[in-house]
Ligand binder design. Sequence first.
Ligand code: AVJ
Length: 357
Amino acid sequence: MLIKVATPVAGSATELDSRRLAAESGKLARGERLPRIVTQRHRIDELDAASLLEGLVATPAHSNPKFFYDAQGCALFDAICQLDEYYPTRTEAGIFTRYRVEIARQIPRAAQWVDLGAGDGAKARDWLGVVHARRYVGVDIADAWLRPAVSRITEAHPGVEAMGVVADLTRPLALHALLHEAADSPAVFFYPGSSIGNFTPQRALELLRAIRSHCDPRGRLLIGVDLVKDHAVLEAAYDDALGVTAAFNLNLLRVANRLLGADFDTRAFEHFARFNADESRIEMHLRARRDQRVHFSRPSPATRDYRAGETIFTESSYKYTRERFATLLAEAGFNGHQFWTDGDARFGVFLASPSAT
Ligand code: AVJ
């Protein structure tokens, strides 16, 4: 999920035929297969940079979590997933391992497996054979990660037609044309890791509705959701003893320095995470350690004074009860679902269907 800031092309999907380009430039070895990558947005640009700047100079200051994920941010997130305190990744993996066959039995064969936020594609790789998928569609904001991910899927599952879509999930999802190419194959959306938690419940509902609009009656959504639990457990997961999450959060300032030509001193801010019970979300902030002035040069010059103690709100990670998320699924038009969890009910996996089961 490496970020390259971008704007979408209204209504149009431009396809970069990477195979043909590589063949023409003589870089493609005879017989070598390059993945098909469809781009739903333009390359870097000012619109997203402008929105980052707008948030950072606003009062209260804020930024969208998608800006965390440059190369260093991705590496730090991978490290977070290994932390003792960060239970979601390994808890979900445990649920998937334990119930994979049972879950797969509820998923139609020969489906188009749509991997939302595919990353390196590793989580999906474990499913494709078990569900006998026909197609793999990896969707991610980072084309740099998508290409190798799609290639690895092809290596592991040569019988599956694999492709990538470069898209930003904070923008409207538009995969109808692509999925229509294999209209007889139902779509199975895979959205693991509780990434849905970065959206407000209202925005999450909109995304779930968009997913639902791509599903025929055989379509499914397999989604991982972090559950409400003891506040100390939640807060430790976002404020680990080694300071890895602090580094991940502070990395936002490096991204801003590069993208916006800013002069943030990362040592002048500190990581702050707390569970907001009223909103049922973990909030991450960067708190100014002293009064300071920060300059920005792109996309337009700006200056912002941060007062000691003032915070930049960098991420929300919403936590759901089983009932609350089930309601959201129903509101989105998924009238049936099944649910799996771990022994401590820390994490939930929902398999949602258009009709009641
Ligand atoms: C990638 C959004 C699922 O909210 O738990 C982890 C991101 N931020 N630690 C989460 C994150 C700080 C993560 N998601």
